[in-house]
Write a protein that binds this ligand. Structure first.
Ligand SMILES: O=c1ccn([C@@H]2O[C@H](COP(=O)(O)OP(=O)(O)O[C@H]3OC[C@@H](O)[C@H](O)[C@H]3O)[C@@H](O)[C@H]2O)c(=O)[nH]1
Length: 417
């Protein structure tokens, strides 16, 4: 069956193939008054460039979209014969900037094949740097990086950061760690080890090579916050033995290690506290709310609301986060900085936005609230604005539209039954 996805306002309508097996299900409970609280959702000009306020040349959004919306270059899926042909000659690499040797950096991205890591790799590559992506592929995928396979500025290394890694390097973006509650609770001991041993190993590498080190920390270090919105001086409210502790406490120790290496060994550190982020390259199995809702709506399944749906989150689009990470790395700020979009939504409002974009009659189904699920979360980004002129520029609405397109492409390649 062919459907025409309903688009709200700004863009052309796009015809997409409805995933196989999509079916009608009864509405379990409707979110009658759910409406976006944000003024950002409608009416605002759609962004068409990315780039930081810290002097980076803007990159046209379509150059990035070509990397994640068009399928993997060189791969020819010959379904009738049950084979996939990889033809390296069919790969034409995206043009990368030509930097003078004094500006060209060798940059290590741990977790480089993951959702955030692969977008960061794309941007650093386009900016003209040499990039080494490190990943153990627990939640990362090679397919996020095939566009760079064989490029002289790029290396991909299968490695788990709980073991030491050596290379000569100028900067380290330390992102490696499962970030979805579903994934980080799968093996809590391993999650703690990844945060603690992984950060220790990467800080050791930064110390030996005198590299600048950026830790990807998280809004989860605030736990279930009693202060709203959360600014960087808030110490948090974390249950140290709850199911989320492996991630919350693991990242808190990672921050402690980072700041101890700064004080004790003068390592040049940056700490980003990353709030809920979404976008293309989230995997269907990720388990976080935005990808769950989009995949469920496209498959014709009910959207799963955990708890009442009145709990809130503030969702930032991936390109804004990457802008923030690069700007923070380039800044002088060595203390923790929040990176998030302060536009706050209830989960029901998010469901409503995704239904409006994909399938207005998609049913909702209510499940029990996860243990220790934070009830409100919203970043105070005054510090990032003042320190390096960063603020999110994409509306949640634009991000949802692009992410829906990505999932549609994904389902075209791998039809869901
Ligand atoms: O299908 C779903 C998934 C999630 N939810 C709810 O949606 C809210 C957001 O859940 P997510 O799993 O997307 O993300 P969380 O906010 O719980 O954790 C996230 O916090 C910030 C980041 O650092 C991490 O990416 C992640 O740990 C929660 O209240 C959750 O209970 C649903 O209602 N339905």
């Amino acid at each position: 069956m062919r459907i025409r996805l309903r688009r709200s306002g700004h863009r052309d309508e796009t015809e997409q193939r409805w995933p196989r097996g999509a079916r009608e299900l009864p509405v379990v409970k409707a979110s009658a008054e759910a409406r976006p609280a944000s003024s950002q959702g409608g009416g605002e000009r759609w962004r068409d460039t990315v780039g930081t306020a810290a002097g980076q040349t803007p990159i046209r959004l379509e150059r990035l979209q070509a990397l994640y919306l068009t399928g993997n270059p060189g791969f020819i899926d010959d379904s009738p014969s049950g084979t996939i042909v990889y033809d390296q000659r069919a790969v034409r690499y995206p043009a990368v900037a030509k930097l003078p040797p004094s500006e060209k950096k060798r940059i290590l991205v741990t977790g480089g094949a993951g959702f955030v890591g692969s977008h960061l790799v794309d941007r650093l590559m386009l900016m003209g740097h040499e990039v080494i992506a490190l990943d153990n592929f627990f939640t990362g995928h090679k397919s996020n990086l095939t566009q760079w396979f064989g490029h002289p500025n790029f290396d991909l290394v299968r490695h788990d950061v709980v073991d030491p890694y050596m290379c000569e390097i100028d900067q380290i973006y330390h992102l490696a760690c499962p970030a979805s509650p579903f994934h980080y609770q799968y093996n809590p001991v391993k999650t703690v080890k990844t945060s603690v041993m992984g950060t220790l190993n990467m800080l050791g590498l930064a110390k030996r090579t005198r590299a600048r080190f950026l830790l990807a920390s998280t809004s989860e270090i605030y736990g279930s916050p009693e202060v709203h919105p959360q600014n960087e001086s808030y110490w948090g409210h974390v249950n140290p033995i709850g199911p989320r502790a492996c991630y919350d406490e693991g990242k808190r120790v990672a921050e402690t290690l980072t700041s101890a290496y700064k004080e004790q060994s003068q390592v040049d550190v940056r700490i980003a506290r990353i709030f809920n982020t979404f976008g293309p390259r989230m995997s269907v199995e990720d388990g976080r709310v935005v990808s769950n809702f989009i995949a469920q709506a496209l498959k014709g399944e009910p959207l799963t609301i955990y708890g009442s749906g009145e709990q809130t989150r503030s969702f930032q689009y991936i390109h804004d986060l990457v802008d923030g990470l690069i700007a923070l790395m380039a800044s002088d700020d060595t203390s923790p900085v929040n990176l998030g979009n302060p536009d706050e939504f209830t989960i029901l409002q998010l469901a409503e936005m995704i239904r409006a974009e994909v399938r207005p009659d998609a049913p909702l189904v209510f499940h029990p609230s996860p243990v220790d699920d934070p009830q409100r979360r919203k970043p105070d980004i005054t510090k990032a604005k003042a320190a390096f002129g960063w603020a999110p520029r994409f509306s949640v609405q634009q991000g949802i539209v692009e992410t829906v397109k990505y999932f549609c492409k994904l389902f075209e390649r791998v039809p869901y039954t």
